[in-house]
Write a protein that binds this ligand. Structure first.
Ligand code: ZN
Length: 290
């Protein structure tokens, strides 16, 4: 099964962090519209993890996605990474985010993805907080090394149940592959933009489980600008050295030119389900104790 997911935050970040340019809002609307039309044509449903701040500031975007019958999950409130917050802050952020989304949608939201897959060994306490807030399924685990976040010793690359000792949560991790002696992802973000389409398709055909993840910003050909030191430190909460800023800039823009066309081909040529559809079809779950 191939699970198709999008993380929806660009409008909110553009308004509050990246300059509030009206041109960018139009671009995001346009690319989201194309994705929704394409999914409609194919009769496919996906999961869209939306910021609580999106529901507050751009309810029309969240309602449009939900109105097309897609599954809505939560992607935190302001896109602050969970490994940069205290447990109290994570609790507050999650409660506000769910409240904003549920108020606009008029329904419970029970699925979650942390910004930048920011739940790892050091902050696995976050699962207890998510469960306390009513989350029952999660897609925040990146079971390999990663610049930020990542949970390399998670021990499972397929859907499973996380048992923290205090709570149970259904987990849908990113699927990784062995390549050149390393464990890496291929099915979303910068990895998807970097690898040629034939490679991604070959891996999808080889596996019976894949988790695809995209941001709308990944699909816009125009390069984003490099953040200033102040902007970088405010957003990433780490030193905004030229090295750090350049590294993020290169990663954010790698392979953007052909990303939308590649995703379009994937959607036309492969079957996908939303996370909630996937959850219904799985009858046997392995349990992972963390
Ligand atoms: Zn995100």
């Amino acid at each position: 099964m191939n699970i198709l997911t999008f993380d929806i935050e660009e409008w909110y970040l553009e308004r509050h962090v990246n300059g509030n340019r009206s041109k960018k809002f139009k671009e995001y609307d346009y690319y989201l519209g194309r994705i929704l039309d394409l999914l409609d044509e194919r009769g496919l449903k996906a999961t869209f993890f939306c910021l609580g701040g999106m529901a507050k500031d751009f309810p029309e975007v969240v309602l449009k996605i939900a109105g097309n019958g897609h599954h809505i999950g939560c992607h935190s409130n302001r896109h602050v990474w969970l490994n940069k917050m205290t447990p109290e802050e994570v609790m507050e952020d999650t409660r506000i985010a769910l409240d904003q989304l549920e108020q606009r949608l008029g329904q419970k939201v029970v699925s979650y993805r942390a910004p930048a897959f920011s739940i790892g060994q050091k902050n696995k306490w976050a699962f207890d907080i998510l469960a306390e807030c009513g989350i029952t399924s999660d897609a925040s685990i990146f079971p390999a090394k990663r610049d930020f976040g990542g949970f390399p010793n998670f021990g499972c690359h397929r859907p499973c149940i996380i048992d923290t000792g205090n709570c149970l949560i259904k987990e849908f991790p990113i699927q990784t592959i062995h390549l050149l002696g390393r464990e890496i992802a291929y099915s979303g973000g910068g990895y998807f933009r970097f690898f040629p389409l034939w490679f991604t398709q070959r891996e999808l055909n080889r596996s019976d489980y894949a988790m695809l993840y995209f941001h709308i910003g990944d699909l816009i050909p125009e390069e984003s600008r490099m953040r200033t030191k102040e902007e970088y430190e405010e957003y990433f909460r780490e030193p905004g050295t030229l090295f750090n800023r350049t590294k993020r800039y290169v990663k954010a823009n790698l392979g953007k030119k052909h990303a939308y066309a590649k995703l379009g081909s994937l959607i036309r040529n492969h079957e996908f389900v939303s996370l909630s559809e996937a959850e219904e079809t799985i009858s046997e779950w392995n349990t992972i104790h963390i």
